[in-house]
Design a protein around this ligand. Structure first.
Ligand SMILES: CC(C)(COP(=O)(O)OP(=O)(O)OC[C@H]1O[C@@H](n2cnc3c(N)ncnc32)[C@H](O)[C@@H]1OP(=O)(O)O)[C@@H](O)C(=O)NCCC(=O)NCCS
Length: 122
């Protein structure tokens, strides 16, 4: 598995706010390859000097269920630790069993009750 650093300034395609975050190195994009093919990705967002948030965890469908999701979370933890994080957060629902189990398997635990917001349009 190789990790390629994102091209500076090219990770932001949809808005100046995200561009600013990338420029200030508050957002790291990790891409994972097997035999030259992109198989998964994740982002690390910095919310303060010591907290990293794992965002946009994704494994391409044909590679799911083989441990890659957990491997990506493990790599995110390693990168965040190297960059000085003291706390790593993630946001997912227990209903998303693959994602929830990938985080729990790596030691993540629910901090508080999930709060779901909704807006009925009928
Ligand atoms: C979430 C996701 C990244 C997991 O990737 P993956 O490579 O399939 O994960 P793994 O193979 O490492 O499996 C992780 C855990 O989920 C379990 N799992 C995998 N597929 C599952 C399924 N279809 N149903 C229930 N559990 C499943 C595995 O058994 C493992 O749990 P375990 O360690 O207790 O055995 C992938 O499903 C995905 O990209 N989903 C769409 C995007 C998404 O929902 N991202 C999360 C946003 S928070």
């Amino acid at each position: 598995m190789r990790r390629r650093p994102p091209p500076e300034g090219q990770a932001a395609a949809d808005g100046s706010a995200l561009e600013a975050r990338v420029a200030e190195r508050l957002c790291y994009s990790l891409a994972f390859y097997r035999e030259g093919e992109l198989v998964g990705r994740a982002q690390l967002h910095w919310h303060d000097g010591a907290t990293a948030d794992i965002v946009d965890l994704y494994v391409v469908p044909e590679w799911r269920g083989q441990g890659l999701g957990k491997a990506i979370v493990r790599q995110c933890v390693a990168v965040a630790r190297t960059l000085g994080a003291r706390l790593i957060t993630a946001h997912t629902s227990p209903h998303n069993r693959p994602a929830h189990r990938a985080f729990v398997a790596l030691g993540f635990r629910p901090r508080d009750e999930e709060q779901h917001l909704e807006l009925p349009l009928e």
